[in-house]
Design a protein around this ligand. Structure first.
Ligand SMILES: Nc1nc2c(ncn2[C@@H]2O[C@H](COP(=O)(O)OP(=O)(O)OP(=O)(O)O)[C@@H](O)[C@H]2O)c(=O)[nH]1
Ligand SMILES: [Mg+2]
Length: 295
């Protein structure tokens, strides 16, 4: 018997949920970027050690729905708040804002244990942090409040100990070799989308989806082909770049991440295609793996 349970990560876009998931698991499972709305799927990362098995669920950041895409993302974020513990992350370097309060209101009646994680403490002075903690404590009631830096892996040990203290012993849900619910094909498309997010300007990321069309392996390495879908031709031009320089850089960096993840040589090809209004068309949301049949 081990201490077992589901722990979901919830919060506004860009507060560092995916960075925290990767830091806890010590593997890059979820892509991260400084653009709002990086994560689009609920990604499970399974943490195993001698005395526990904890399933962490990273969720898309919750933001105002404008497109059908955002509606689906919000739904995915909330669908995963039925966990034993909810880790509610805020970016404490910018403070506890209206967007955070909005989400807190949505989760406050859930029966889960609620931790408030004050992330990005590496970006502020200690005095500011203490002042902000005092203000939050006066206003809200959390089971635990823990300051962390997901990026610098600061205070993650304390967080893990604290999580374990709330979990009960039970039968493990997964075998010890399982570490995620997502497929390798999905990971490959995400590594390409990560570089698109990181290397292009703000207006590009939301209009892009990536899809792995081919994944095969032989004794020389792994062959991956990823389709990059955009909704306007001028965005396509930006992604391809001057004489293909941008798509080349995206490909090189994504291939590096794939090789790190797989531990094998990767041959990557990428194609860019325009599909008008894909974010509002269920057919493409389905085809691109963002929407599921019953949503
Ligand atoms: N300085 C600092 N930066 C951080 C920390 N945690 C995350 N970041 C940065 O914040 C940005 C957003 O991180 P993500 O992990 O992608 O945020 P997210 O909450 O998953 O965002 P969405 O998927 O859009 O909801 C990235 O540039 C991270 O490197 C931290 O502890 N300190
Ligand atoms: Mg994320």
């Amino acid at each position: 018997m081990k201490k077992c349970g589901f722990v979901s990560l919830v919060g506004r876009p860009n507060v560092g949920k995916s960075t925290l998931l990767n830091s806890i698991l010590d593997v890059k499972l979820a892509i991260t970027s400084d653009k709002v709305g990086t994560t689009r799927n609920a990604i499970q990362g399974i943490y195993n050690d001698d005395d526990s098995q904890i399933v962490f669920v990273d969720t898309p950041g919750i933001a105002k729905p404008i497109h059908r895409l955002n509606q689906i993302l919000n739904k995915k974020a909330y669908a995963n708040t039925d966990a034993e513990i909810i880790l509610f992350l805020v970016d404490i370097s910018t403070g506890f804002g209206k967007g955070d309060e909005y989400i807190l209101n949505q989760i406050k009646d859930k029966s889960s244990v609620k931790f408030l994680l004050l992330n990005k403490i590496d970006k502020i002075k200690k005095e500011v942090l203490i002042k902000r903690i005092t203000e939050i404590k006066e206003k809200f009631d959390f089971d635990e409040i823990i300051p962390i830096s997901a990026y610098k892996k600061d205070n993650i040990d304390t967080l893990m100990k604290c999580i374990k203290s709330y979990l009960k012993e039970g039968e493990a849900y997964y075998s010890e070799d399982d570490f995620t619910n997502i497929s390798v094909k999905f990971m490959m498309s995400e590594f390409v989308r990560e570089q698109v997010l990181r290397l292009t300007r703000d207006e590009v990321p939301h209009t892009v989806a990536c899809y792995t069309e081919e994944y095969r392996e032989d004794d020389k390495g792994v062959y991956v082909s990823v389709l990059v879908v955009v909704d306007r031709d001028n965005i396509k031009k930006m992604i391809i770049g001057n004489r293909g320089s941008m798509i080349k850089e995206i490909g090189t960096k994504a291939r590096g991440e794939m090789e790190k993840f797989l531990g094998k040589k990767v041959y990557l090809s990428t194609y860019v295609k325009t599909i008008k209004n894909w974010r509002d068309r269920d057919k493409y949301l389905l085809e691109l793996g963002i929407k599921e049949e019953d949503e």
